[in-house]
Design a protein around this ligand. Structure first.
Ligand code: AR6
Length: 181
């Protein structure tokens, strides 16, 4: 784990499994239908409790239709150690032709803003869009860290960071942090 002081807050990067974290909120890399899936979404659903989380997600979708890329919604954490789950949808990588960087930044910033509204002070993100959605990891790391830095500088959160699931992703984020932070 590495940490940086940003404004009056703290940014961290850490290797591990986001479903084990004792933070106020973990972020889920969801899809627009909040239908569950593989990757981190599947892990969060299984650990939080498939039935409870599915019901909560279906209620949101019944209300809003679809969750567009870059937007965020919140549910309880159910059986997770985290109190809340913030579900956001990253962009599917299409070669950088359809505003992917802006949408990825929005996913981070809108998650932080929604968290602040719920008095969340500590939050952990997975590498949104870096699995099934195919975002180039180095570019995603720069965008993610810049967004977290911006959020901490503007006082949205006390502690915000990334949980990287494997050594390679962790190394990429650590190199990006040397440039961005
Ligand atoms: N903790 C932290 N990170 C994890 C974990 C975990 N337990 N498991 C996987 N990762 P992905 P996306 C990392 O595919 O690209 C789903 O089916 C993984 O190594 O989960 O945004 C949704 O339903 C990768 O670096 O999310 C959507 O349909 C990162 O999490 C779609 O996939 C993100 O990979 C979203 O695709």
């Amino acid at each position: 784990m590495q940490t940086w002081k940003i404004g009056s807050g703290r940014l961290f990067i850490r290797l591990g499994d986001i479903t084990t974290l004792e933070v106020d909120a973990v972020v889920n890399a969801a899809n627009s239908r909040l239908a569950g899936g593989g990757g981190v979404d599947g892990a969060i659903h299984r650990t939080a409790g498939l039935r409870e989380l599915r019901e909560a997600c279906q209620a949101i979708i019944a209300d809003i239709g679809l969750l567009p890329p870059g937007e965020a919604v919140i549910t309880p954490g159910f059986k997770l150690p985290a109190k809340y789950i913030i579900h956001t949808v990253g962009p599917i990588w299409r070669g950088g032709t359809v505003d992917e960087p802006k949408l990825l930044k929005n996913a981070y910033m809108n998650s932080l803003k929604l968290a602040q509204k719920h008095d969340i002070t500590t939050i952990a993100f997975p590498a949104i869009s870096c699995g099934a959605y195919g975002y180039p990891v180095e570019e995603a790391a720069h965008i993610a860290l810049s967004a977290l830095k911006e959020g901490l500088e503007s006082g949205l959160m006390e502690e915000a960071g990334m949980i990287l699931h494997d050594d390679k992703a962790y190394a990429t984020w650590a190199i990006a942090a040397e440039k961005v932070l």
